[in-house]
Design a protein around this ligand. Structure first.
Ligand SMILES: [Zn+2]
Length: 272
């Protein structure tokens, strides 16, 4: 049986566990191990679904876990030392899918901690490499250039929204694009933006504030930004920067592994 199948079986078992199974007292270490194994199964299942180039998960003699790509490259999934900026850390913060949108607590920004090694393996490690893989997608306002999987997902977002725009022309201005790919760093930081990997689109900034340009925290638009737009993006694997404490309402980022995990968590585990 392949490792992937074993992990899927473990995932199925986890999802089938009644809530009481999680509440039974266990030695602290056993409980920690069980939770870690559950997280790992969820993560790998969702990573495989999101990025078919990932084949399996392996542990080395030092206790580090690696994601292996079909072409033989590997990306660190979980370092042996806690606190590393690895793939596991990038998927740890639960992304909320509930429609109520309660205020996001300080320090919480699900999906904003990015797995740069994975992005580099999937999309390229410099401007030339990323640029070479981009495709152009039609979008209201202007065309955008994105990595192929993100571009296809964005087209599906538009197909979801198109019928709604007939009934709700008031939603149309929200969709005006500010751009997709841009080789740039996050404002005020050294780290690359998701736009540098061609996996993010910004929509009309006049309708969607950014925390650095506003004094309001939380911002009322975090609650009243049209749910139809957020839902259409999330349904196709994009996370929304409006759910971060340091919000970026114009920003939608293709992170299907985060959305997959959020959906599975909503079925089986409490969120927050
Ligand atoms: Zn953005």
């Amino acid at each position: 049986m392949r490792v992937h199948s074993v992990i899927l079986c473990l995932l199925g078992l986890l999802l089938a566990l009644p809530p009481a199974a999680w509440a039974e007292p266990e030695p602290a270490q056993a409980q920690t191990n069980a939770v870690a194994a559950g997280e790992e199964a969820l993560d790998f299942h969702c990573l495989r679904q999101a990025y078919p180039a990932l084949e399996r998960l392996e542990q080395d003699a030092a206790g580090r876990q690696w994601l292996l790509l079909a072409d033989g490259r590997r990306v660190l999934y979980r370092d042996a030392q806690p606190g590393a900026a690895d793939v596991a850390a990038s998927m740890a913060a639960p992304y909320p899918l509930e429609p109520e949108r309660p205020p996001t607590p300080p320090g919480v920004a699900p999906g904003r901690l990015r797995p740069y090694d994975l992005f580099t393996a999937l999309y390229g490690g410099d401007r030339v490499a990323v640029n070479a893989g981009l495709v152009t997608v039609p979008w209201p306002g202007r065309q955008v250039r994105l990595s192929p999987a993100a571009a296809q997902a964005l087209e599906r977002v538009f197909h979801r929204l198109a019928p709604l725009l007939e009934e709700r022309p008031d939603l149309r201005p929200y969709l005006d694009s500010e751009g997709g790919f841009a080789w740039r760093r996050i404002a005020g930081e050294d780290r690359l933006s998701a736009h540098a990997f061609g996996i993010a689109i910004d929509l009309n900034a006049r309708r969607a504030p950014y925390w650095r340009w506003s004094r309001q925290r939380p911002h009322p638009r975090q609650r009243d930004y049209p749910p139809e737009i957020v839902d259409a993006f999330e349904a196709e694997g994009f996370i929304w920067g409006g759910k971060w404490h340091e919000y970026d309402l114009m920003h939608f980022e293709y992170r299907p592994e985060i959305i997959c995990k959020a959906r599975l968590r909503a079925k089986a585990l409490p969120v927050f």
